[in-house]
Ligand binder design. Structure first.
Ligand SMILES: Nc1nc2c(ncn2[C@@H]2O[C@H](COP(=O)(O)OP(=O)(O)OP(=O)(O)O)[C@@H](O)[C@H]2O)c(=O)[nH]1
Length: 584
């Protein structure tokens, strides 16, 4: 058991040492693949053998590659297919990379390759489609060299379409942007080809030599030799065909060794024409036959036309009329095909112009839609502002209305207060006292319940006024009312019914209880501290009490009887409570 534990520990320790090692060895493998992919990219057009070996090696460990490495491999594999003539497979692979890779640069490069392949296939429509893709992604490519590849692709496409002015525009842009390295080599190759068609007379030998040198500098012998073929054509044009022969024959073996159809055709036709120019039709025919006998000759119909013409001429010169007619016939058919191809190119160009107009219109429609949306937005912003103002206005109006209602209510309350209460003492005024008291007495009369009325009058009030002044008299009235408020119940009605005369209607109070309340009230008035008013002596009041049992429920009768009792209290010496019955 113990030994087993120790064994496990050992494995654990070992894994600590080995796991980082395994991780770093995996890392190293991936880095090696990166290096191989880069090398393959570098030699793809200059060393096909090395290129094939590298791809074979990468393919053997395909499953271990990162996603990006896999797509880079597929991209190179597409190049390999196109190089080997399987254009359909190449297109499929490039399309797969263009659609699925996360690598923006790789997708862009795949579009460029697709434009090249579609132009070789003369599928102009698809070519224009991917040209659009290049245009749309151009700005997002940060690497200048990769971005230039797009311009080179466009230049190549327009050259194939015989739109040389367009090629010259793109090439001009590349040169302005100081294109360099392999891209410079390709740019100058495309420029020479376009210039050779449109402005032959302006070309100088140095244009060719510097172009060739730019390709030799970056180890691009195929393009260098393509330029040599152009150089040869240029000498033919200048009627210096001996120079053409000397130049091209010197590099003939090398050029044929690449097995690159376009280069093979250009070199052989330039040489055929050169020999034709110097009158050696036999030699001319030999080179022309290389073109005519090629299995892919139909892909280079322009050169095939020239080849048939030379062969037919040679047959004529040798009086081989049957042969001459045969090649003349082939020549005519190839020319018809060339014409068909030129027509297809024109249609494609017209279609692309139409598409550009359509796109322009779509942009205009989109712009208009955007404008409408913008206007809608502005409008909704304006209406939002308008709505905001309406809301503010409403809020202000409602607030004013509320304030107005509040003010009116307050005024009404004030008026009501003024109408119902005595402004000096805060108790009910005479009218309100009478109104409420009558209503209660009326109700009590119907239910036959007792109510009492207490009437009281401050004693010798005139003297207080005369001695201390009217304002002090007012204060005395207030203090007296305040003292009595404390004696009355909530259901009672307390009012000031004359200058210094007050009344209390006590619902549900029998005489006994009413006398108690009156006495309580009298005592409270008497106990008011007058020193705070600067007065000497006490405040007193005389009370008269009458109840419904002895008087009935009419207020005027109760008032009269209570008044009589109060008068008696005055007469008996003031500061006392007298009930109506006892007053009799
Ligand atoms: N300060 C003040 N005095 C008032 C008010 N209303 C009435 N008076 C005065 O109250 C006094 C009432 O005097 P009188 O009716 O002679 O009665 P009295 O002096 O209280 O004498 P008795 O009632 O007999 O005790 C008058 O001088 C009125 O001017 C008031 O609101 N304030």
């Amino acid at each position: 058991m113990k030994a087993n534990k120790g064994y496990k520990k050992l494995i654990l320790c070992m894994s600590f040492f080995y796991i980082p090692f395994l991780v770093s060895s995996k890392q190293l493998e991936l880095e090696a693949v990166d290096a191989q992919l880069q090398l393959a990219e570098n030699v793809k057009s200059s060393d096909s053998v090395r290129f094939d070996e590298l791809l074979y090696s990468i393919n053997s460990k395909f499953d271990q590659l990162t996603i990006d490495q896999k797509y880079r491999y597929l991209f190179l594999s597409a190049y390999q297919s196109s190089y080997k003539g399987d254009v359909a497979k190449a297109i499929g692979l490039y399309k797969h990379v263009e659609r699925n890779s996360q690598n923006v640069n790789l997708r862009y490069k795949a579009s460029v390759s697709l434009v090249n392949l579609f132009s070789l296939r003369k599928d102009w429509q698809s070519g224009f489609d991917y040209l659009d893709t290049i245009n749309n992604n151009f700005e997002s490519i940060e690497d200048v060299s990769t971005r230039h590849l797009g311009l080179i692709g466009a230049s190549f496409f327009y050259n194939e379409l015989e739109q040389y002015e367009m090629t010259q525009i793109f090439v001009g842009r590349l040169i302005d942007e100081e294109v360099s390295g392999r891209n410079l080599c390709m740019t100058l190759g495309l420029k020479l080809r376009a210039d050779l068609v449109t402005r032959k007379s302006e070309l100088k030998e140095s244009d060719f030599t510097s172009g060739i040198q730019s390709c030799l500098d970056v180890n691009e012998p195929i393009i260098a030799n393509v330029m040599r073929s152009y150089f040869g054509a240029f000498y033919n044009y200048k009627k210096e065909s001996e120079t053409t022969i000397k130049l091209l024959e010197r590099h003939y073996e090398e050029s044929m060794g690449f097995n690159y159809p376009f280069l093979t055709f250009e070199i052989n036709i330039a040489l055929a024409k050169a020999y034709q120019n110097i009158g050696d039709l036999k030699k001319a025919k030999q080179f022309a036959r290389v073109v005519a006998d090629s299995p892919v000759a139909n892909d280079y119909i322009e050169r095939l036309v020239e080849a048939f013409e030379i062969i037919a001429l040679h047959a004529m010169e040798k009086n081989e009329f049957e042969k001459a007619v045969y090649y003349q016939d082939k020549y005519i058919r190839a020319k018809e095909k060339l014409f068909e191809q030129a027509k297809a190119k024109q249609i494609a160009i017209e279609f692309s112009k139409h598409r550009a107009v359509e796109k322009d219109n779509q942009i205009k429609i989109l712009n208009n839609q955007n404008r409408i949306l913008q206007l809608e937005k502005e409008l909704s912003e304006e209406s939002a502002l308008y709505n905001r103002w309406i809301i503010i206005l409403l809020v202000v109006s409602v607030s004013i209305l509320f304030m107005w209602v509040f003010y009116v209510k307050r005024s009404q309350q004030k008026l009501r207060y003024l109408a119902e209460f005595d402004s000096l003492t805060g108790v009910s005024n005479r009218a309100y006292f009478n109104q409420n008291s009558e209503a209660i007495l009326n109700y009590y009369s119907k239910t036959n319940r007792t109510a009492s009325l207490v009437l009281f009058d401050l004693d010798n009030f005139k003297k207080i006024n005369d001695t201390y002044g009217h304002p002090i008299g007012d204060e005395v009235l207030k203090l007296a009312a305040e003292a009595c408020k404390a004696c009355v119940r909530k259901v009672d009605i307390f009012g000031r019914v004359g200058g210094e005369e007050f009344a209390m209607l006590l619902p549900g109070c029998e005489l006994e209880q009413a006398l108690k309340i009156a006495e309580d009230c009298r005592a409270k008035i008497e106990s008011i501290d007058t020193s705070t008013l600067g007065m000497q002596g006490k405040i007193t009041a005389s009370f008269g009490v009458a109840d419904s049992a002895s008087t009935g429920y009419l207020l005027k009768d109760l008032t009269a009887n209570a008044d009589e009792a109060m008068y008696l209290a005055k007469r008996r010496g003031r500061n006392r409570v007298v009930n109506y019955q006892s007053s009799e």
